[in-house]
Design a protein around this ligand. Structure first.
Ligand code: HEC
Ligand code: HEC
Length: 302
């Protein structure tokens, strides 16, 4: 009996040790990637100062890039996720107030953060989808920067970011895009952006910079959104093979403006329709043209 217990003790002790080694490996490997620095010298982007550019920047921040969904309506930042397994993800206070980074960042720093996902020390920002913002044109990036610089200072001191064990494990398994800088080709010439207009190309630009592909998948066919708990609704198939195949342009615009789809069902608020609904009519029309142009795919094929 005693011998059996001793053996059980050994087995249990061995298992605990194994779990600790595995946890240590996950922690060590993820930290190694989180502290990697990139010596990227981003191209200079002209930052205008006129009121029109500031208004354009605000529209881009609210409706297109949805910066305000994480950084708050007045860009004072906040805690996006606080969960022991996932971690504490904190969107920076972008203003010049206390606890804000606005007073400490040059235009070049803003370009590095938004287009390359890099902080001034050369490490990747955590969690912010810069791989999507990478597609913003020089003109739009300049407008975003002048808008950030123009917002009134707000004092909001925030806690530091921590990345929990589950997030680290999902990240190492390739399930979550935790470090946007890893997903960007920093040396490639920046792609030219299409002119604004009611065109498929501009619709694609709005979808790319607007993060539709991040949740609905690169092929827009939907499925569970990587890194979200099982209680979150999966993204829908928004290729013509999904329900959108039966919708009209007016149905799509109404769905984005009101959160109600044809038939009367409402769209879950995890889908940022309240921000997308603030796109202009022409922007929504361009996006609809683009969504109709993508190849139909079966659901969940990402
Ligand atoms: C999904 C949430 C999310 C969205 C959307 C988002 N951000 Fe962020 N942002 C973050 C988080 C989290 C950080 C802090 C990253 C860190 O410190 O590692 C951050 C940091 C920043 C920083 C500071 C980086 C530095 O130099 O320290 C800037 C600038 C910024 N975001 C701009 C933007 C702009 C502009 C947009 C919209 C085009 C945007 N963000 C959209 C989550 C988000
Ligand atoms: C944060 C993740 C997320 C982002 C970003 C996102 N979506 Fe969604 N979307 C969802 C989820 C989840 C659903 C399903 C909601 C539900 O079941 O109620 C959805 C539903 C939809 C629907 C309804 C489809 C149907 O059959 O009912 C449309 C249309 C849509 N999204 C379009 C877009 C477009 C266009 C963009 C980019 C501008 C976008 N989404 C960005 C998560 C997202």
């Amino acid at each position: 009996m005693r011998r059996a217990l001793t053996w059980l003790g050994f087995v249990f002790g061995g298992l605990v040790a194994l779990v600790m080694v595995a946890a240590g490996a996950v922690y060590g490997l993820s930290s190694l990637r989180m502290t990697k620095t990139y010596a990227t010298q981003p191209a200079t982007v002209a930052v205008p100062t006129d009121a029109e550019a500031i208004a354009r920047g605000q529209h881009l921040a609210v409706a297109v890039g949805k910066c305000t969904d994480c950084h708050g309506q007045v860009l004072a930042g906040g805690i996006v996720i606080d969960d022991p397994a996932i971690g504490r993800i904190v969107a920076s206070n972008l203003t010049k107030g206390k606890g804000g980074i606005g007073g400490q960042r040059s235009d070049a720093d803003f370009v590095r953060a938004i287009r390359h996902g890099l902080k001034p020390d050369g490490t990747s920002v955590i969690f912010m989808p810069a791989q999507e913002f990478y597609h913003f044109s020089d003109a739009d990036l300049g407008a975003l920067i002048v808008y950030i610089k123009s917002v009134p200072p707000v004092d909001n001191e925030l806690p530091a970011i921590t990345v929990g064990p589950m997030m680290r494990a999902l990240f190492l398994a390739g399930q979550v895009d935790l470090l946007p800088a890893e997903l960007i080709d920093h040396a490639a010439p920046h792609p030219a952006a299409p002119e604004p207009g009611v065109t498929v190309a501009y619709g694609e630009y709005l979808a790319q910079t607007g993060g539709c592909l991040g949740c609905h998948g690169p092929g827009l066919s939907g499925g569970p959104v990587p890194g979200t708990p099982p209680s979150f609704p999966p993204a829908r198939n928004i290729t013509p093979a999904g329900r959108l195949g039966q919708w009209s342009e007016a149905d799509f615009i109404r769905a984005m403006r009101t959160g109600i789809i044809p038939g009367g069902e409402s769209i879950d608020e995890f889908m940022p329709w309240k921000s997308i609904g603030q796109l202009t009519d022409n922007e929504l029309k361009a996006m609809w043209m683009y969504l109709q142009s993508v190849p139909p795919r079966p659901y969940g094929n990402r």
